[in-house]
Design a protein around this ligand. Structure first.
Ligand SMILES: Nc1ncnc2c1ncn2[C@@H]1O[C@H](COP(=O)(O)OP(=O)(O)OP(=O)(O)O)[C@@H](O)[C@H]1O
Ligand SMILES: [Mg+2]
Length: 222
């Protein structure tokens, strides 16, 4: 469903160029889960931006259902992202002046009764019941992160891109979040970045990003 071929990405660092991704390839099938690990600064967030069409690679290609994202206009890419992708950023980016429920609902492309019911389900399921009318500033870091996840899932995306979504969560909330991601897996494949090695067993596949390249991490036999 999603395929990345030979992605190269560089940041400008003054007069220098910093090559963060140096020929990264991967693929993800519908309903599957992929975990990306690697040291801080290795380019995991950058890779997610490229895979989700938020940035365009210097070279290489990302194909979603066989269509190269970099060949689309930025408007087409935005439409595809809104319809088929969900994204949980490392810094959640909630809208300050909107409540929890409004933040979740604001990106719904079918703002109807079913979507509202699903938004309510996600709120309950993520342990946010009772907080619907609070503003982001009135939430804990972990609660904000869960609101961002509900917002990313409300459109039932084909792929969820999640950048360290459990970083501010306690072990129980983290397990609950992972359980929810398994429940929706039938319709939503998962690409997730994490530093929490305890979660790796729960993914179909794990890859490690080091020095701009990906390598497979063998599954632990338990
Ligand atoms: N806008 C930018 N301009 C210049 N360099 C950048 C920019 N954004 C990121 N970088 C650099 O690119 C590298 C990769 O950053 P990235 O955020 O992708 O890493 P990461 O693996 O997600 O790290 P972490 O685990 O800390 O979130 C880092 O060395 C970072 O300093
Ligand atoms: Mg990051």
């Amino acid at each position: 469903m999603l395929e990345a071929k030979n992605l190269v990405y560089e940041y400008k660092d003054g007069s220098q160029r910093l090559r963060v991704l140096d020929g990264v390839s991967l693929s993800l099938q519908a309903g599957k889960s992929l975990c990306i690990v690697g040291p801080s600064g290795s380019g995991k967030s950058t890779l997610l931006y490229l895979l989700a069409g938020l940035r365009v690679p210097a070279s290489g290609s990302v194909l979603f259902r066989g269509r190269p994202l970099e060949a689309m206009s930025s408007k087409e890419r935005a439409r595809l992202r809104a319809r088929d992708f969900g994204f949980v950023f490392q810094q959640h980016f909630l809208v300050k002046h909107l409540t929890v429920m409004e933040n979740i609902f604001v990106s719904a492309h079918k703002p109807n009764r079913d979507t509202l019911a699903y938004a309510r389900h996600l709120v309950e399921r993520l342990g946010l019941g009772g907080l619907e009318h609070r503003f982001p500033a009135e939430l804990s870091g972990g609660q904000r992160q869960r609101v961002a996840l509900a917002r990313a899932l409300v459109n039932r995306p084909a792929i969820l891109f999640a950048d360290e979504p459990t970083a501010s969560l306690d072990p129980d909330s983290s397990a609950n979040l992972m359980q929810l991601l398994r429940e929706v897996r039938g319709e939503t494949a998962l690409i997730m970045v994490t530093h929490d090695t305890r979660l790796l067993d729960q993914f179909d596949r794990t890859v490690e990003l080091i020095d701009g390249k990906l390598r497979q991490v063998a599954k632990r036999v338990s």
